[in-house]
Design a protein around this ligand. Sequence first.
Ligand code: HEC
Ligand code: HEC
Length: 333
Amino acid sequence: MGVKLTQLCGLALFVSALWGADPPAPPAGLAAPKWPAGNPFSPAKAELGRLLFFDARLSADHSVSCASCHRPEHAFADPRPASVGVGGRKGARNAPTVLNRAFGSRQFWDGRADSLEAQAAGPLLSPLEMANTEADLVRRLSGIKGYGALFQQAFGDAEITLTRITQAIATFERTLLSGDSPFDRFQAGDQAALSPPARRGKDWFFGRARCALCHSGRNFTNEDFVNISAGRSNPPDEGRFGVTFAKADWRLVKVPSLRDIALTAPYFHDGSAATLEEVIDFYDQGGVVAENKDYRIRPLRLSPAEKRDLIEFLRALTGSSWRQVRAPREFPR
Ligand code: HEC
Ligand code: HEC
């Protein structure tokens, strides 16, 4: 009992050193995210979520954690075109970043989850990702004493359920905010924050290249679903159609945020564009011929210099506010 108490006190100190009583203040360029009434912020829940996010014991064979595919050093995205789960099983889609997902109205490329809580259950139970079952996951975590103490701090008692696991992970994710980029500092009045090419690229982005028709607002997405004709899989990814079964949704995917885009290659829902240069060339030629392609995707005829400027602007969207997030040094035992 004495041992347990010291452990708990040590833990409490650890938690308060990392997290304040309130959610972290939003970095320059962002508004504060909305916290759902049913899952408000608490420092204990955020820390529990961080541990769960990085803990490979949540997968069937202890080999894969959320962070295996959402890697901090790649701005929480996956450098592999398609993610690899338990047993080397491969999905068809590229893992997007989990930064700024607090601002997303729908999760996944096809928007099939309407909250971060609902999203988190997906990979835990997907046979292509962490391949666990609810019963097994709960049994396994309940067998780790340290987790019991942490669930107690976060939820008032030590019971471990899938709902609580996903609530803790979602709480951690809502603290992963990307802002305070050179672009944000420029917007706040620091003229020197953007180089002359990046400033010109900003004008193309919001002007003649028409990128902001879809990549708009503080998070550079209008949260809409669009078919820009990207992707090389055959047959093509059905996108939003797989959720709504509406013909108009055939191949539509969610407009992704462009924050930290320089760090999250490869690009598009199937990781089929290796570089930003490829992405810009794709837009410049008006995408490819495809059924149901959005009318706004048409040739831009940018000069090589204009393309370089655009890329300089995209590089200026790299945030600094999430860099302090690290994998835990130890996990509960
Ligand atoms: C095996 C690799 C893999 C693992 C493990 C994994 N993910 Fe993902 N994640 C993906 C892929 C691939 C997608 C996109 C899938 C889709 O859209 O259908 C995704 C999508 C997401 C999204 C939605 C992002 C967006 O822009 O809509 C969030 C949030 C997320 N994952 C969080 C998590 C969490 C939390 C965990 C751990 C519980 C996790 N992921 C584990 C590969 C992975
Ligand atoms: C009509 C809406 C629309 C317009 C206009 C548009 N985009 Fe996109 N953009 C999207 C969608 C949707 C995707 C995801 C497509 C996919 O993966 O199939 C995307 C993907 C991207 C990606 C890859 C993101 C990632 O995480 O993989 C980049 C980079 C990008 N767009 C930059 C731009 C730039 C630069 C412009 C202007 C030249 C532009 N976009 C214009 C809708 C648009």
